[in-house]
Design a protein around this ligand. Structure first.
Ligand code: ATP
Length: 328
């Protein structure tokens, strides 16, 4: 989400030489996926633009992996329209394979092969050109190059998997929980690698349970719950549409609080000083906060613990999980 990134995304978003905007990297309309009688994905729409980093967030079992598997051509849809780089992954998977790198939630390695042997085998299997040494260095695996994959730690396997997904810098990279199990430094380096892909004009779709990861990386996010997309858009759009809040403690005996457009919670404070803690949730933060401050100033009240904050992705996530946010 840097300036360079935006420029790269802008150039990648234009069809080669045509002057026309390129088709989205991913288009999903009314996607349904069943496992037997169980409907894991219940009619979702997604659009990932060329050159962007798109994060799919959601509760456990929301249908994120199922959705990615359909995009990758590994999973069957039971209904809906899906195009990935303009191709239907259900019927054109081999053409797509050359242009797309995939990191699954659980990599399928041959445990007996060493790290470098695994990458060399990959070199023979994938049409895109790259060098094992570059990826060993990029993902801090140089010291582990001659270790059998079966003896790697979970985080090291994750990094090897990621190295294979980004091999040859494909047009689209799909990553299922790329940083799960990584230590903070490895996570940071993985973020750098994802941002480098974007700076090179590539598109990245990832799932994550780390909200801060989506905040740090993603141009746009979709939040899934129980097979549906609850909210989708840029973080700015999503947060602006949700109530912000402020809180303060007011002394007893001041009469009615000023009217606000949002909701007010009151919690009496026990103890000698007394007073009431108030929490206001509002989509009109500036107006309601101004009204409240004027009300306090008119009464000569010093608010020592006033706090105001915008909506956060974490609050939205918890709202979706608790069923407070309406799902599309
Ligand atoms: P998590 O965050 O826990 O990884 P997710 O959002 O990726 O979850 P999915 O793995 O897509 O969720 O699973 C969606 C639902 O479909 C879950 O209820 C899961 O149990 C179910 N499911 C997934 N794979 C299968 C399968 N092969 N057969 C039957 N049900 C399945």
């Amino acid at each position: 989400m840097t300036q360079t990134t935006t420029q790269a995304a802008g150039s990648a978003a234009t069809g080669r030489g045509s002057g026309q905007p390129a088709a989205p990297a991913v288009e999903v309309r009314d996607l349904h996926v069943h496992y037997g009688d169980f409907e894991a994905v219940r009619g979702i729409d997604l659009e990932v633009r060329r050159g962007e980093i798109f994060a799919l967030l959601g509760t456990n079992g929301a249908g994120k992996t199922t959705t990615l598997e359909v995009l990758e051509g590994f999973g069957q849809r039971s209904g809906g329209y899906v195009r990935v780089l303009g191709l239907d992954p259900a019927t054109q998977r081999s053409a797509l394979r050359e242009r797309m790198g995939v990191q699954l939630q659980e990599g399928g390695f041959v445990d007996e092969l060493t790290v470098v042997e695994t990458l060399r085998l990959w070199q023979r299997m994938v049409d895109r050109t790259d060098r094992p040494e570059r990826l060993l260095e990029r993902f801090e695996l140089t010291a582990r190059r001659d270790v059998a994959v079966g003896k790697l730690s979970g985080g090291e396997k994750r990094r090897l998997d990621l190295a294979m997904a980004v091999w040859g810098s494909p047009e689209l990279v799909i990553l299922d929980e790329p940083t799960t199990g990584l230590d903070p430094e490895s996570r940071r380096r993985t973020w750098d690698a994802i941002q480098e892909l974007q700076e090179a004009g590539r598109t990245v779709v990832l799932t994550t349970h780390y909200l801060e990861e989506a905040e740090a990386l993603a141009d746009r996010v979709a939040l899934m719950h129980a097979g549906r997309v609850a909210v989708q858009g840029t973080l700015g759009e999503i947060l602006a549409s949700r109530p912000a809040g402020f809180s303060a403690t007011v002394p007893d005996g001041l009469g009615e609080l000023p009217a606000v457009s949002g909701t007010v919670e009151r919690e009496p404070i026990a103890g000698t000083d007394g007073g009431t803690r108030i929490r206001v949730r509002t989509t009109q933060l500036q107006r309601d906060l101004t009204g409240f401050l004027v009300w306090a100033a008119d009464r000569g009240v010093q608010l020592t613990d006033l706090r105001a904050a915008p909506a956060s992705l974490a609050e939205i996530y918890h709202g979706v999980r608790a069923g407070e946010t309406e799902v599309e």
